[in-house]
Design a protein around this ligand. Structure first.
Ligand code: 13P
Length: 246
């Protein structure tokens, strides 16, 4: 199980310090992998504070080039140098607000893997796509596109997060069955591409996952973890989810 907190654009460096210090003792005995994906400005602080603990640090995006004239961007190489382990790619907020496309997600996946970062690749349908009955096609295309040109031995070092757009930050969680249905579909798509390697690739659910609903979702056979937004900003709530995974 991999439980990752996606802090999004929250927490100054001082606020990050406080939250991480609260989280370390609460997380230390859990049986899942624990990742916190913090804003760029808190990465160095998070890496320092979590040294020697079971908490690993992730970023929330990376550019696909190593360096160059891309004002405002951060490369996978820069993240690697800091000691970052994971990077969220293709989050629906980036697709929605920052023109992220399946093509650019794929390029970022290549860049992350080149540097030995573990990408957490986000896919998910909108409410309209679900209601229009094209959810399976949307998810299959997002997954297949993200992995274009990625070999099986690289794919095994990736994580997929199924995050239905309508469930993100809305308090509306997918039911355990809805989440499992799509995670099982993702597993089938990955099996078509990579055979048994697909069984070793963690598939997370994300979207209003919280202390109350985590256990049910994480009990499903094709849900191997969670990508947690709002509830990862409170150490105690996040700890309940970590324990539910353990
Ligand atoms: P919430 O848990 O706040 O709904 O956010 C989910 C998410 O987008 C994690 O990446």
């Amino acid at each position: 199980m991999v439980i990752a907190g996606n802090w999004k654009m929250n927490n100054t460096r001082e606020e990050s310090k406080k939250l991480i210090k609260e989280l370390i003792p609460l997380a230390k005995d859990v049986n899942c992998k624990v990742v916190i994906c913090v804003p760029y400005t808190s990465l160095e602080t998070a890496i320092e504070l979590t040294k020697g603990t079971n908490i690993e640090v992730g970023a929330q995006n990376c550019h696909f080039k190593d360096s160059g004239a891309y004002t405002g961007e951060i490369s996978a190489k820069m993240l690697k140098e800091l000691g970052v382990k994971y990077v969220i790619l293709g989050h629906s907020e980036r697709r929605q607000y920052f023109n992220e496309t399946d093509l650019t997600v794929n390029r970022r996946v290549h860049a992350a893997l080149r540097e030995g970062l573990i990408p957490i690749i986000c896919v998910g349908e909108s409410l309209k796509e679900r209601e229009d009955g094209i959810m399976n096609e949307v998810i299959s295309i997002q997954v297949s596109s993200a992995y274009t040109g990625i070999r099986a031995e690289q794919a095994k070092d990736t994580v997929i997060a199924y995050e239905p757009v309508w469930a993100i930050g809305t308090g509306k969680t997918a039911t355990d069955e809805q989440a499992e249905e799509v995670c099982a579909l993702i597993r089938r798509v990955m099996k078509d591409h990579y055979g048994d390697v697909a069984n070793d690739i963690p598939i997370q659910y994300g979207g209003s996952m919280n202390a109350a609903n985590a256990a049910g979702l994480l009990a499903k056979p094709n849900i191997d973890g969670g990508l947690i937004g709002g509830a990862s900003l409170k150490a105690k709530d996040f700890a309940v989810i970590l324990n539910a995974a353990g």
